[in-house]
Design a protein around this ligand. Structure first.
Ligand code: GAP
Length: 458
C-alpha cells in the first residue's frame, strides 16, 4: 500500500477518535477486536446516513415497505438459507506462530505488494487458494515465516443458545445478514398490503460475522450495520430491474457526496459469487486503504423464497391480480453497509489545506450529513450580554435544525479549527455589533469566508 494512503487512513482514524466519532469497542479493558463504539458525532453521522437511505429508498417511494425483524431467528432459517453449510471464509494457520488468517487476504496482499500480479487473477475457490498458497507462499504478517496449514473453511456465524436449555434444539445464530428477516416476512407483508409486483421490503439493522481477521478500522468488523432491500420481481424482467438498481445505487453514492470517479462497478465472476447469486456487481470505492467493496447488488433469483416454501412448507407464490398466474417472485438485492458508507464519506470529506500560512484539516462533509450544522459562539464568553444574545440565537437555530452546537471554548480561531475538523459547515459568531444591528457573522467552512447576516434571515 502506498505510504500516503496509509497516512491518510491513520489521520482519519486519529481524527475520528480525538473528535468523538469512533472509539475502539471495550477500549478501557484493552478492546475487543472487530468491534467499534460510536461517539456523539459518530452516532449523528451514522444516523444521518441511515435516515437519508430510509428517505430515499422507503419514504420517497410507493413500492417500498419498511420492516424491522428480530436479530435472533429460528435456526431453520439459517439451515434453509445455506448459511450453516456455506457461509464460510477460507482459514489458514501459520505453523510457526499459530496466527489464523484468511487465505484470500494473504494472497491479495501478496499480489498488491508484488509487481505484475493483480489480485483479481486469484479465484477464491478452496482448490485454487490451496494451489496459490503452495505456489506463492506469502510470508506470515506476524512472524514472517512461510509455513502454512492447508486452507479450510471457517463458518462466520456467531452461535448462541436461546432459552435455558443448552442443546442442539436451542441453537440460534446472531444474524450475519439482515436479508433473511425480510424473506421470512415477505408473505406477512403480501397478505397485509396486497402490493403489485415489483415491490420491495427494506430493513436496517445490526449484522454479526465472526470475521477471521477484522481489519482496516470500521471497514471489516465483527458487528456492523446493514441496510438491505429485497426487491421482488417477475423473473422475466430481472435484467431490466437489475439495471434500474445499478442506476439507483449511483444515485445513493452521489447523495453521500462520493466523487463518481472514485466509485467503480466490479462484475463478480461466478466462482466468487455468494451461493445464492446469479449475478453480482460489487460497487467499490477508492478508500485510502485501496479500492474495496462499498456495497453489493445481487440477483438472488427465487433461491430464498424457494427454500422457505420447500423447508417450511408454506406457499410463497404471488398471484398476478385478476389472473390465475402464480409464481415465486425473484429478487434483486441491493445490500449496503453503514460503516463502509461512513468510512467512504469520511475518506471523501477529509481535506488538508492552508489558511493564513497554517496547515488546516477539515471534513468537507455534505451539509445534510454533517453531525453539526451550526456552531454558535459568543465572541467573548466573559461578556454576559454577548452570551445572552448568543443563547437566543442558539435556541432559535436549535429549534429549527436540532443539530446545533454551543461552542465557547478557547479563542475564535481555535473554535473555527475545531469545528472545521468535525465538518461543521457554518460557524455563527455573536459580537458587540450584533447587539446593535441584530446581525451575526457566519463563517463558511470550505471557503473560510465570513458574511454578516440578520438573525431573522438565518
Ligand atoms: N445480504 C447480502 C450480503 O450480506 P455481503 O456482500 O456479504 O452481502 C453486504 O454484505 C454489505 O455489508 C457489504 O457490501 C458491506 O458494505 C457490508 N459488510 C459485510 N461484511 C462486513 C463487515 N465484516 N464489516 C463491515 N461491513 C460489512
Amino acid at each position: 500500500m502506498d505510504k500516503n494512503k496509509n497516512e491518510k487512513m491513520e489521520a482519519i482514524v486519529s481524527l475520528a477518535k480525538r473528535r468523538g466519532f469512533i472509539y475502539q469497542g471495550s477500549e478501557v479493558y484493552g478492546g475487543l477486536s472487530g468491534t467499534w463504539d460510536f461517539g456523539p458525532l459518530g452516532v449523528s453521522l451514522k444516523r444521518n446516513i441511515m435516515n437519508l437511505w430510509w428517505k430515499m429508498f422507503v419514504q420517497d417511494r410507493e413500492d417500498m415497505y419498511g420492516i424491522d425483524a428480530a436479530i435472533l431467528m429460528n435456526q431453520k432459517v439459517w439451515k434453509a438459507s445455506g448459511h450453516v453449510d456455506t457461509f464460510t471464509d477460507p482459514l489458514v494457520e501459520c505453523n510457526n506462530c499459530h496466527s489464523r488468517l484468511r487465505a484470500d487476504h494473504l494472497l491479495k496482499d501478496f499480489a498488491n505488494d508484488s509487481h505484475g500480479l493483480i489480485h483479481e487473477e486469484f479465484s477464491n475457490t478452496l482448490e485454487s487458494l490451496k494451489s496459490n498458497m503452495d505456489t506463492f507462499k506469502p510470508a506470515c504478517p506476524v512472524c514472517g515465516k512461510q509455513d502454512w496449514s492447508e486452507p479450510r473453511t471457517f463458518n462466520m456465524m456467531f452461535k448462541t443458545h436461546v432459552g435455558p436449555v443448552d442443546d442442539e434444539s436451542s441453537v440460534s445464530y446472531l444474524r450475519p445478514e439482515t436479508a433473511q428477516g425480510i424473506f421470512t416476512n415477505y408473505k406477512n407483508v403480501l397478505d397485509s398490503f396486497y402490493p403489485d409486483l415489483p415491490f420491495g421490503l427494506a430493513q436496517q439493522g445490526k449484522a454479526f460475522r465472526n470475521e477471521i481477521s477484522p481489519r482496516d478500522f470500521i471497514f471489516r468488523s465483527r458487528e456492523f450495520e446493514q441496510m438491505e432491500i429485497e426487491y421482488f420481481i417477475d423473473p422475466a424482467n430481472w435484467e431490466t430491474e437489475f439495471n434500474k438498481w445499478v442506476g439507483l445505487v449511483h444515485d445513493w453514492t452521489d447523495a453521500l457526496g462520493l466523487p463518481a470517479e472514485n466509485v467503480h462497478e466490479l462484475e463478480v465472476p461466478e466462482a466468487d459469487r455468494a451461493h445464492y447469486s446469479k449475478r453480482t456487481i460489487d460497487f467499490e470505492f477508492d478508500f485510502p486503504i485501496g479500492r474495496e467493496e462499498l456495497l453489493g447488488l445481487a440477483y438472488r433469483t427465487d433461491f430464498d423464497l424457494g427454500n422457505i416454501q420447500r423447508e417450511a412448507g408454506k406457499n410463497m407464490e404471488y398471484t398476478v391480480k385478476g389472473t390465475n398466474t402464480k409464481f415465486i417472485p425473484h429478487v434483486i438485492e441491493p445490500s449496503f453497509g453503514v460503516e463502509r458508507a461512513m468510512m467512504a464519506v469520511l475518506s471523501a470529506a477529509y481535506t488538508e489545506d492552508e489558511v493564513n500560512g497554517e496547515k488546516r484539516v477539515y471534513l468537507k462533509l455534505p451539509e445534510h450529513l454533517a453531525p453539526v450544522k451550526y456552531a454558535i459562539s459568543p465572541l467573548l464568553k466573559n461578556k454576559p450580554e454577548l452570551v445572552a444574545k448568543a443563547r437566543e440565537v442558539y435556541d432559535i437555530l436549535k429549534k429549527k435544525h436540532g443539530n446545533v452546537m454551543w461552542d465557547d471554548n478557547g479563542n475564535i480561531g481555535k473554535r473555527y479549527r475545531r469545528q472545521d475538523e468535525i465538518g461543521t459547515p457554518f460557524c455563527v459568531v455573536i459580537d458587540f455589533e450584533t447587539l446593535e444591528d441584530e446581525a451575526v457573522t457566519i463563517r463558511d467552512r470550505d471557503t473560510t469566508e465570513q458574511k454578516r447576516v440578520k438573525i431573522t434571515d438565518l
